[in-house]
Design a protein around this ligand. Sequence first.
Ligand SMILES: Nc1ncnc2c1ncn2[C@@H]1O[C@H](COP(=O)(O)OP(=O)(O)OP(=O)(O)O)[C@@H](O)[C@H]1O
Ligand SMILES: [Mg+2]
Length: 347
Amino acid sequence: MKQYITDYILHNVERNPTGITSEAMQKFSLSRPAVLHYVNKAIEEGFLIAEGSTRARHYRLKNLVELRFEIELYPETESAVWQYRVFPHLKLPQNIMAICEHGFTEMLNNAIDHSGDKTAYIYVDQTYAYIEFFIRDRGIGIFQKIQQACGLESPQQALLELSKGKLTTYPAKHAGEGIYFTSRMFDRFVIRSGTLSYHRRREEDSDWLIDVSEHGHRQGTLIYMKISTNAHWKKNDVFEKYQDDDLRFRQTHVPIALAREPGQNLVSRSQAKRILSRFEQFTEVLLDFQDVDEIGQGFADEIFRIFPEAHPNIPLKVINATPEINRMITFVKSNAPIIPPSLKNDS
Ligand SMILES: Nc1ncnc2c1ncn2[C@@H]1O[C@H](COP(=O)(O)OP(=O)(O)OP(=O)(O)O)[C@@H](O)[C@H]1O
Ligand SMILES: [Mg+2]
């Protein structure tokens, strides 16, 4: 129980830096001095830092590991960098170590193979409760790279394609799986490049976009990954969840909001086609309507009537849809045009 209380405090203090003492008092029905005993012990042991005077007291986790270095990007060196520069400093449960190794080497490999830059900056911070990685290059920038290579109209469309998965601009040597799986293994996964940020949070299993154009243009690509030190899942759980028996990956999770340029509504068939592109590479599609209030008829018709007619084996699952969106989907599905027999025979 004692270890459990300390553990609770240390895993929740980031979320509630000023009120963690009261929170733990309530949760465990303990007096303030009793909780402060655990807090002070965590401070003595070097896990926690107290700041501010008694009334404005707040707490934060102390960094147990703090690595900062710049490396030269040579082909196929990502495993050596992990093995000699990062791994020896970390003490983590085996499942988390394996996830960190996977994410770190995949993202460093990306900087080596795709960025065009000669060096990358690496930051690793570990506290009692979590470990986080920053990998940054100043190369071409991930969204620009994809936009150019795939001939897309905007970096945002590049982000839409990337979030579907199975996207590579270097098919001779790559499969387009690095970001798809890595982003699903960590609690938080962020890409910043150009004026866009892509955030993924594991607990909500959702993708969303934050436009950071007001912060100005960021040269190159920054990857941020964070995982809790008490995460219970394994690397293979994530592979198994998204792969079928043939080891092709089967599900794509598409944030519909990404098909909309700023100031636009989702109304047109061309917007729908942007979403539908490459769907035939997947065996299951999850359409996430987070941050979308309504959709137009042409858009809905293209996705929910015409596509399923042509691809009856690819189920489309809808999540986070408003009642208006659900009504529109039902409407287009039930509103199939009556095809004259003469035309039917033609096809
Ligand atoms: N640091 C980067 N700089 C520029 N472009 C990048 C960077 N990282 C990724 N990309 C682009 O994003 C695409 C997808 O990356 P991802 O890691 O998912 O797949 P991949 O590296 O192509 O294949 P795999 O990881 O399976 O070997 C890459 O093909 C590349 O175009
Ligand atoms: Mg990769």
